[in-house]
Design a protein around this ligand. Structure first.
Ligand code: SAM
Length: 266
């Protein structure tokens, strides 16, 4: 056991070594043979920022799984993807999900936005025929009200603090058409095993926990941390601006899915 006065020092050394080790792995990952794909693969650092993993098969498998999940849950709200006009991937990162929609999108316009300018630049250069924009971490989005039929956010609200979360719910609702659907993923019960006893108790009492990661200091922006939600909390929060809100637990998944329909009257 490390004596308690030395614990913070031991932790700081561990986190420093973790970051150094990660930088070396990222450097190596871009230099080993990469598979040749019909849609190019983003560099390791961009994949890592989106997935906290360097595995290429995992990046592809999870991205395809997310695209299927979006399609399934949006269809479950009565919206046929083939017949919509515009879809927004809010927090698209390096395009892990949108790349699968762009392969066969017909007349549907797919847009992606993110505060990570490197990721957006990469998408803009490599993922056709998508429309990509780098945005500020705070609203507004550069789109007219009621511009999108569907807005989806994979692993985005799992990172925002409560005030950012609330202003983005309002903004995403603004850009949705009446009757349009917002889909987002959250860390729910299955992911709560990563919390300590005090945090679990906070999740139970307030429904929301936002936790800093000292390990990733300097690798991700400071405002980008990890959040957990209870089912009741998120249903209540979204019910204020949306007429129908559904929560689904994904079997074997760490993240749950929430879909919310904007009222047909605007
Ligand atoms: C875990 S990554 C997921 C990326 C992508 N959705 C995916 O599933 O691969 C979260 C993304 O949300 C973006 N993001 C988080 N907060 C944001 C904000 N306030 N404005 C714009 N982008 C944000 C981050 O930059 C990051 O790319």
């Amino acid at each position: 056991m490390v004596p308690s006065p030395l614990k913070p020092l031991a932790k700081a050394i561990y986190h420093r070594l973790f970051r150094l080790h990660l930088r070396v792995r990222l450097w190596c990952a871009d230099r080993v043979g990469m598979p040749v794909l019909d849609v190019p693969l983003p560099p390791a650092i961009l994949r890592y920022r989106a997935t906290e993993s360097l595995s290429v098969p995992l990046f592809l498998k999870v991205g395809q799984g997310c695209a299927n999940l979006v399609q399934r849950h949006v269809s479950g709200m009565g919206i046929d993807f083939a017949n919509v006009r515009r879809v927004l991937d809010f927090g698209c990162g390096c395009g892990r999900t949108i790349r699968w929609f762009l392969r066969d999108c017909g007349d549907v316009e797919f847009h992606g936005v993110d505060a990570d300018t490197d990721a957006v630049d990469w998408c803009d250069t490599h993922l056709r025929p998508g429309h990509f924009l780098a945005i500020a971490p705070d609203p507004p989005l550069p789109y007219a009200a009621e511009y999108f039929d569907v807005v989806y956010c994979i692993s985005v609200f799992t990172h925002l603090n409560e005030s950012m979360q609330d202003i983005w719910f309002t903004e995403l609702r603004r850009v949705l058409k009446p009757g349009g659907v917002l889909l987002l993923t959250v860390y729910g019960k299955a992911a709560a095993s990563e919390l300590d006893a005090e945090e679990v108790s906070m999740l139970r009492s307030s429904g929301f926990v936002h936790k800093r990661s000292p390990k990733l200091k300097g690798l991700v922006p400071d405002w980008y941390q990890t959040s957990w939600h209870s089912r009741e909390y998120i249903l209540d929060r979204l019910s204020a601006g949306f007429e129908e809100v559904r929560y689904s637990i994904i079997p074997d998944g760490l993240q749950d899915v929430v879909v919310a329909r904007k009222s047909g009257c605007g």
